[in-house]
Design a protein around this ligand. Structure first.
Ligand SMILES: [Zn+2]
Length: 123
């Protein structure tokens, strides 16, 4: 490949990098952690869920300073929490893509070095 072709590929990667970075500059809040949707109990002693958990519940699992925390999300908050959590997941995905892109870029730069490499012979 010629240096010009390498340059075109690198430019394409730069454009892609710009696209991947854009959502990081938004200011909307993010929920960081993992979310589990499962069945739970309401706590009322007369409810059928005493036998077996029947209520849909959403749990947010987070960890800070190696302390794991599980929080029950109020029904009214579920939609917004999920939206904020999906935003976080999207950024995580973008990070993975950026890492791949960096590796691709490094590989091309190494190829350029190989292309330009010369061996020394007595002048
Ligand atoms: Zn119940």
């Amino acid at each position: 490949m010629s240096i010009k072709n390498f340059a075109q590929t690198l430019e394409r990667l730069e454009q892609k990098r710009g696209q991947l970075m854009t959502p990081f500059f938004e200011t909307a809040p993010l929920i960081v952690g993992s979310i589990t949707q499962t069945k739970g109990r309401c706590g009322k002693p007369t409810c059928a869920c005493v036998e077996q958990p029947t209520h849909d519940i959403t749990l947010l699992l987070t960890s800070e300073n190696k302390q794991r925390k599980s929080q029950l999300i109020r029904k009214d908050d579920v939609e917004e929490v999920l939206a904020q959590w999906h935003r976080y997941k999207d950024l995580k995905q973008a990070l993975t893509s950026l890492k791949e892109l960096n590796q691709e870029e490094i590989a091309i730069l190494l190829q350029i070095i190989q292309e330009r490499k010369r061996t020394y012979e007595k002048l």
